[in-house]
Write a new protein. Structure first.
Length: 319
C-alpha cells in the first residue's frame, strides 16, 4: 500500500508540474480536434498496449531473462505514454496537441490494459514468483497526470503568454531534474546498470525500434500529417518509466532482484531518449519536419525562431 510520505508527495507534484507546463502550450481548438479524429490516438494505443507488451514478452522468452527482469520488461512495455513524449513533441515542433491527447487517453485506459497484459504475461514469466500491483499507487500516478493536464489546459485557455513561457521553463527544468535523479539513483543502487545482462539492452533496443518504426510507418500509410506522424511515433515508443518504477518498488520484494528489475525502466528511458533524439534531429535537420506556423500551439522551435527574428530586428535598428 502506498504511503503518504514526502517522497510520494514530491513524485506526484513533479508529475503534475511537468504535465501542466507542457499542456499549457497547446491550442485548445487543435486539442479538441484530435479527440474528435482519433486516428493517431488509436494507432498509439495499439502499439503501446498491444505491440510493445507482446515484444517485451517475446524478447524475455527468447533471451531467457531472469524472472524479475522479465516482469520489469513487461511492466515498462505495458505502461501508458510518458510525459517525456510531450516534451519531445514540444522540442521538435511536432503535433503537441495530439501528443497530449494520446497521453491523456493512454493514462485513462492504463488500469484496464496493465491489468490485462499483466494477467496474460506475468504468470508465464514469473515462474512461481509473486507480483502484486498496487492499484492505489497506479491510480494516484494516473490522477496526477490528469490533474496536470487539466491545469495546463486552463492556462492555455486564457492564453497568457508570460505564464505560458514560465510554464515552458518549468517543464524543461522539471525534465532535467527527473533525468538527474534517475542517474543518481541508479549509481547508488545495489545493482548498478553494468550488472544488467547484455541481452536486456538488446531487448530494449528491439522494443524501441519496433515501436518507433511500426507506429511511424502506419501513420504515414494512413496519410497523417508529418508532424502528427512524428508525434504518434514518439508517443508510442515512450513509456512512463516513473510509473513502471513506482509499480516495481511497491510490488516486488526489496533486495538485489528488485534493484536489478528497477534498472529496466531506467535503461528503457535512457535508450528511448537516444532513439527519439536521433529520430527528431534527423527529421528536423533534413527539413522533412518543418515548423507548422498554421498551428497556434507554442513549440520550442517557434520560440527560438521568434527570438532570432527579434534579435535580428534589434540589430537592424541599432545599425
Amino acid at each position: 500500500m502506498v504511503e503518504a510520505n514526502a517522497d510520494t508527495l514530491v513524485s506526484l507534484l513533479t508529475i503534475v508540474a511537468l504535465l501542466a507546463s507542457l499542456s499549457s502550450a497547446i491550442d485548445i481548438d487543435q486539442f479538441l480536434l484530435k479527440i474528435k479524429k482519433p486516428k493517431g490516438i488509436l494507432i498509439g494505443l495499439v502499439c503501446q498496449y498491444g505491440i510493445l507488451p507482446v515484444t517485451a514478452f517475446f524478447m524475455s522468452y527468447l533471451f531467457s531473462l531472469p524472472p524479475a527482469i522479465a516482469v520489469a520488461l513487461v511492466i515498462i512495455g505495458t505502461c501508458p505514454g510518458g510525459a517525456m513524449s510531450n516534451f519531445w513533441c514540444f522540442a521538435f515542433s511536432a503535433d503537441l496537441p495530439l501528443s497530449i491527447a494520446m497521453t491523456t487517453c493512454s493514462s485513462l485506459l492504463s488500469f484496464a490494459f496493465i491489468a490485462m497484459n499483466g494477467a496474460i504475461y506475468i504468470p508465464i514469466l514469473s515462474k512461481g514468483s509473486t507480483l502484486n500491483i498496487d492499484w492505489l499507487a497506479l491510480g494516484l500516478s494516473v490522477a496526477a497526470v490528469l490533474v496536470g493536464i487539466l491545469i495546463g489546459v486552463i492556462i492555455a485557455k486564457y492564453h497568457n503568454m508570460k505564464l505560458i513561457k514560465f510554464m515552458g521553463f518549468l517543464g524543461t527544468a522539471t525534465m532535467i531534474t527527473i533525468l538527474i535523479w534517475a542517474l543518481v539513483n541508479v549509481s547508488n543502487s545495489n545493482a548498478p546498470l553494468r550488472d544488467s545482462p547484455p541481452l536486456v539492452f538488446a531487448a530494449i533496443v528491439c522494443m524501441n525500434i519496433v515501436a518507433l518504426a511500426l507506429s511511424f510507418g502506419i501513420s504515414l500509410c494512413l496519410k497523417m500529417k508529418r508532424n502528427s506522424a512524428v508525434s504518434v511515433a514518439i508517443e508510442a515508443s515512450n513509456q512512463n518509466a516513473a510509473l513502471a518504477i513506482a509499480i516495481l518498488l511497491l510490488s516486488v520484494d526489496s533486495g538485489y532482484d528488485r534493484d536489478l528489475a528497477l534498472n529496466v525502466p531506467v535503461i528503457y528511458m535512457l535508450t528511448n531518449i537516444l532513439f527519439v533524439l536521433c529520430f527528431g534531429l534527423i527529421l528536423r535537420r533534413s527539413g522533412w519536419l518543418p515548423i507548422d506556423w498554421e498551428d497556434k500551439t507554442i513549440t520550442l522551435g517557434k520560440i527560438i525562431q521568434q527570438w532570432r527574428e527579434k534579435r535580428k530586428q534589434g540589430e537592424s535598428n541599432e545599425e
